[in-house]
Design a protein around this ligand. Structure first.
Ligand code: SF4
Length: 485
């Protein structure tokens, strides 16, 4: 689930080696592949030599099955390519380019293959908790190792063939982001409701032996994988260090649309606090033994517990920032730095809308700014999530409808700042398809999306934010989501 679990405010989602599998399946499955060239970059080594509509079959003797094969095998300076014209005729090209330089080909689909859907039926799956009638693409459950490497998606390792595992090892695809949830194989089978889910633990050990780095995630469900089970999982994962580089513990997210699904209990503040203590104490031991605490709780767990978010140095390299680990701390650190460097912003009256969890934090930041510059008037509005249910408190799942209804008639100043993650990736729409433009029209003021970045937030407060763009990450991500829509 790539786009539901990222938030402004924490959350709760050389030289090629030989690939032994190349020869085994030569010629098989190619008609299924979407390796048709859609565009050739001007000035690239293949401009004027290959044609749009041709297919790339092999690079230096390796069959190109997907984007990973392409990126890896096209790395070298000298390439021997086999291409196929639409009439089936094949031709060969020899290419010289800079090592690591791009061949400049753009294919029909970003993955050059179909995205892999998941083989699980997890008890906590957020997609199963979506209301009916939303956009069809929101219901797609991906679990694709290629997207873990290329976009940072978390995968469960439950749908990998032995050939794919060997490819990760042979091509040294690292790091891989793994949704572990538990290291107890029987419990994993029950939680992922997949009889093969326990086998992934053996796969993790195999990847660790091969030096593949893994960043792991545990979606913690009270009564299932918390308490002693969590301690067991942490011990097992610690034993795989340094291959297991970091582990996030994030609370299960529960919407009001769980009819017919396994009964799950949300975290109470007390249980959130106990889990933080458990993970922090285990992390303290890791820090002493190994020099890294490895285990980190999601920001949302601290907010639920009413606990202070740890200081900057606690988060080491902020490895799982995108997963909401330390995001609020970094936001504050950056915002304070922006304030220290600030010049008189003049009179500014604006508002910030966010999920209920982050609202106290945002009020604290707004307070710091108004103390330093008393002419500022910044109002922070916490938006209750009527759409998904009030247990959903993150900004990233606030819908346009809730935002508009709850802000009608409020003093908003001259512009409204929202988290960029309230908008769907690469689009200007909220999850319920209300567009940012619709929101601007309804509220009668500019609605400015802001990344989780303290400097950007300060700029937006001062009215100096860049013109809103559709939510942008890597260009490759654009391609993937265009394809997967
Ligand atoms: S069923 Fe599990 S693995 Fe599949 S999308 Fe849902 S949470 Fe992710």
């Amino acid at each position: 689930m790539p786009f539901l679990l990222c938030f402004f405010d924490g959350q709760n989602g050389g030289s090629p080696v030989s690939c032994p599998s190349d020869k085994q399946e030569a010629g098989e499955g190619l008609k299924e592949m979407e390796n048709v060239i859609r565009a050739i970059d001007p000035g690239s080594p293949l401009e004027g030599r290959a044609k749009i509509g041709d297919r790339l079959l092999k690079v230096n003797g390796h069959i190109i099955r997907d984007v990973l094969d392409y990126k890896f095998h096209a790395y070298d300076r000298e390439l021997s390519l086999v291409l196929q014209r639409p009439d089936g005729g094949e031709y060969h090209l020899h290419v010289r380019k800079a090592e690591g330089g791009d061949l400049g080909l753009d294919f029909e689909s970003y993955l050059m293959d179909r995205p892999r859907s998941c083989a699980n039926n997890c008890i906590f799956c957020f997609i199963d908790q979506l209301p009916p009638g939303m956009r069809q693409t929101l219901y797609f459950k991906d679990d694709d190792a290629r997207l873990s490497f290329l976009l940072g998606n978390y995968i469960t390792l439950t749908n990998l063939s032995d050939r794919e595992i060997r490819r990760i090892i042979d091509l040294h695809i690292s790091p891989v982001n793994v949704s572990v949830h538990t290291m107890n194989p029987e419990l994993r089978v029950r939680m992922l409701r997949n009889p093969r889910a326990g086998e992934s633990i053996g796969i993790m050990k195999r990847l660790a032996d091969a030096g593949i780095v893994m960043n792991c995630q545990i979606v913690c469900c009270p009564g299932w994988n918390d308490g002693d089970e969590l301690s067991f999982s942490m011990q097992q994962l610690k034993a795989l260090w340094p291959a297991v580089h970091s582990v996030s513990v994030v609370p299960v997210g529960l919407t009001r649309w769980r009819e017919g699904l396994e009964r799950l209990t949300p975290f109470s503040p007390e249980h959130a606090a106990a889990t933080i203590d458990q993970v922090t104490s285990f992390g303290d031991g890791c820090l002493q033994d190994l020099g890294s605490r490895i285990f980190f709780c999601g920001d949302e767990l601290y907010l639920k517990a009413g606990r202070e978010i740890p200081p900057d140095e606690f988060y080491e390299e902020y490895t799982q920032l995108e997963n909401g680990i330390g995001m609020l701390r970094l936001l504050e650190t950056e915002f304070r730095a922006a304030l220290r460097m600030s010049e008189d912003p003049g009179v500014q009256h604006c508002s910030i809308a966010c999920g209920t969890a982050a609202a106290p934090w945002m009020r604290m930041l707004a307070g710091q700014a108004m103390t330093m510059w008393p002419q500022l008037d910044i109002r922070v509005y916490a938006i209750e999530n009527d759409f998904f249910g009030h247990d959903v408190t993150v900004s990233g799942l606030v819908t346009g409808e809730d935002l508009l209804r709850q802000l009608q008639g409020k003093a908003l100043g001259s512009r409204l700042l929202i988290s960029q993650n309230m908008l769907r990736r690469q689009e200007d729409d909220f999850l319920d398809d209300i567009s940012r433009k619709d929101a601007e029209k309804a509220l009668g003021l500019p609605v400015i999306p802001v990344e989780a970045d303290g400097f950007e937030l300060w700029d937006a407060i001062c009215g100096a934010a860049a013109a809103p763009q559709p939510h942008g990450k890597e260009p490759e991500e654009t391609e993937y989501y265009r394809y997967n829509r």
